[in-house]
Design a binder for this molecule. Structure first.
Ligand SMILES: NC(=O)c1ccc[n+]([C@@H]2O[C@H](COP(=O)([O-])OP(=O)(O)OC[C@H]3O[C@@H](n4cnc5c(N)ncnc54)[C@H](O)[C@@H]3O)[C@@H](O)[C@H]2O)c1
Length: 348
């Protein structure tokens, strides 16, 4: 391929300004060129034209597929459309970046991976929150070895509120309560723990918000082959909340509220360090507690990695196979909640 690579964003939604964010990241990457936006809602394509004067717009993906300048599409639409749009994009010969949640289930993920291979095109999952400043610092500390062997990770988010946001509320369109924030959390954990997954225990609750079909609280407890346990909870009925991260290792631990971990998100292509985490270590001199500032958030680097893959043969930033492991954990948690048993994950 030759730079700059022609790119289009599919889905220019109002709820999180996220089609805009994809356009802004692409626009800021010299090896990529934003040429088009597609959204089935004409009001949204009008908004895109106001934000990015150089683009052409489409209100049907079928018209976008015929645009020969578009070599890469970024899919930023509701979760239930991710698999069908990806399959259509590959059939049209485009490379694909697909937002989290990659899709609704492992069968869809496998269909997407295989279609990409058949077409000889890239499939990358937009797990861009690996680039959040707090996670970048956590990853650096964990891989430095200063915590010793990490054996326990807790991640929790949410609160007590009835979700209001349209298709995100319904299982058929979103995948369920776990599919909004859960993919970020599972991706973070799988990036920190490079071991085989032995099994997943899930605990789902549907107790309070009966006007939507999504679960009110979802929890996945992942057991890894090396003994590490990760406990991930998303709740909309948690009257009392926990810090975002608690990590325990044999020589220390991390406590992180996450507040300020992604300053400027959805407004800027990168963000300044906006907070700090608590690092506790035990060494020869006993207990040491320190505040460690977050790193900056370098979300735009995800897109340079995409370009480096397509132009220079670098690794795919987050492959379809990695994304499928994330979906496998979410799916196994739901199965386990129903069966009451520990469930295995395919592609462990
Ligand atoms: N990585 C992150 O941090 C992050 C943050 C927010 C949202 N997201 C993800 O972005 C995706 C979109 O979420 P959102 O909040 O922007 O949703 P949204 O509802 O605001 O926007 C979705 C847009 O897609 C359009 N659309 C629906 N079906 C379409 C189709 N078949 N073809 C073309 N356009 C179509 C809709 O008209 C709408 O404008 C989801 O996967 C969500 O999880 C990721």
């Amino acid at each position: 391929m030759i730079a700059p690579i022609g790119c289009a964003v599919i889905g220019y939604g109002p709820q999180h300004n996220f089609g805009w964010a994809h356009c802004a990241w692409i626009d800021a990457t010299p090896d990529l060129k934003l040429v088009a936006v597609c959204d089935i809602d004409p009001e949204r394509t009008a908004a895109a034209r106001e934000d990015f004067a150089q683009i052409r717009t489409y209100n049907a993906p079928a018209d976008l597929w015929r645009d020969e300048e578009v070599e890469l599409v970024s899919i930023v639409t509701p979760h239930f459309t991710h698999c069908p749009l990806t399959l259509e994009a590959f059939a049209a010969g485009k490379h694909v970046v697909v937002e989290k949640a990659m899709c609704l289930n492992v069968a869809e993920a496998t269909a997407m991976i295989e279609a990409g291979k058949r077409a000889g095109r890239m499939l990358a999952v937009h797990h861009n929150r690996r680039h959040d400043g707090n996670f970048r610092r956590i990853r650096e500390i964990v891989y430095s070895g200063v915590l010793g062997d990490v054996f326990h990770i807790e991640l929790a988010a949410g609160g007590y509120f009835e979700p209001q946001n349209g298709w995100y509320r319904e299982k058929a369109t979103s995948g369920g309560g776990f599919y909004f924030w859960g993919p970020h959390a599972v991706d973070w954990v799988l990036d920190l723990v490079p071991h085989r997954i032995v099994g997943v225990n899930g605990f789902f609750h549907k107790l309070v918000w009966h006007s939507m079909s999504n679960e009110d609280q979802t929890q996945a407890i992942i057991r890894f082959e090396n003994g590490t346990v990760a406990d991930i909870t998303w709740s909309t009925i948690a009257a009392v909340t926990k810090p975002l991260w608690r990590i325990l290792g044999t020589k220390g631990g991390i406590l992180d509220t996450g507040v300020g971990g992604n300053v400027g998100y959805q407004e800027q292509i990168s963000g300044p360090p906006g907070g700090s985490l608590t690092l506790v270590t035990y060494g020869e001199k006993g207990r040491k507690e320190e505040k460690v500032p977050y790193l900056d958030s370098d979300w735009h680097n995800y897109w340079q990695d995409v370009a480096d893959h397509l132009l220079r043969g670098g690794p795919v930033p987050v492959s379809g196979e990695f994304g499928r492991r994330v979906i496998g954990v979410l799916e196994a948690a739901e199965r386990s909640s129903a069966s009451g048993q520990t469930e295995p994950v395919p592609y462990e």
